[in-house]
Design a protein around this ligand. Sequence first.
Ligand SMILES: CC(C)(COP(=O)(O)OP(=O)(O)OC[C@H]1O[C@@H](n2cnc3c(N)ncnc32)[C@H](O)[C@@H]1OP(=O)(O)O)[C@@H](O)C(=O)NCCC(=O)NCCS
Length: 194
Amino acid sequence: MNAAITPTDDSTAHRDAESDAATTAVDRLVRIRELGPDDGDVVDVVFAGLSSHSRYLRFQAPVTELSAATRRSLTALDGRTHVALAAFTQGDPIGIVRIMDLDDGRGELAVEVVDRWQGCGVGTRLLHAARDRAVELGYRELVGEVLVVNAAAYAAVRRVFRITRVRRHGSELMLSIAVEGEPASASPVQGLVA
Ligand SMILES: CC(C)(COP(=O)(O)OP(=O)(O)OC[C@H]1O[C@@H](n2cnc3c(N)ncnc32)[C@H](O)[C@@H]1OP(=O)(O)O)[C@@H](O)C(=O)NCCC(=O)NCCS
C-alpha cells in the first residue's frame, strides 16, 4: 500500500509536495474504470471494505448492509444521468466516485474509499477522474452533502475542486462545487466496456 499523506511540518509548500508525490504514486498503483449496471460485485466489495463509521459518513445514516433497493440504485448506471467510476489496485476495487444528475443542470457527487486505503490519495484520484467526467458530461456545478464532522471529505473535495458555497443544514454541509477545466487528455480512465 502506498504511504499515507503525513505532513511533517506546517509548510504548505512542503505539504503540497508530499501530497503531490503521494498522488503520483497512487497514479501508478491505481487504475480507474467506469462502472456499468453489471458491476454490482464491485459495489459489494467496496461496501464490504467500509467500516461502520465510513458507511455512516458516506450514507449519513447507520447502514449495516446494502438493501436490495439501495444496491439497485447504486448500480442503475447509464453513463449519463448516473455515472460511477471505480478505483482498482491489482484488480481489487478500493473506491467509487459517482455523479447523479439532479435534473437542474447540476450533479450530486458522492465518493467512498475502503478504510484500508484511506489517506493514501485514492479519494483525490477518484475526484480528479470525476471532475474530468463531469466536464465531459457538461456539468458546470456539482453538489456534495457531507457531515459537518467529515473533515476528510471536505479536504478531498477542496483539493480537487473550487468550493463556491457552503451551507449548513443541521449536521450536514451542502457544498456547491464549481466544475472547471478541460478533461485531461491523457486521462487513464478506461471507458465502460460493454
Ligand atoms: C472522504 C474520502 C473519500 C477521502 O478519500 P481518501 O482516499 O481518504 O482521501 P485522500 O487520501 O485523497 O486525501 C484527501 C485529503 O483529505 C485529507 N484527509 C484524509 N483523511 C483525513 C482525515 N481522516 N481527517 C482529515 N483530513 C483527512 C488528506 O490530508 C487530503 O487533504 P490534503 O490534500 O489537504 O492534505 C474517504 O475518507 C472516505 O471514503 N470516507 C468515508 C466515506 C465518506 O465520507 N464519503 C464522503 C461523503 S459522500
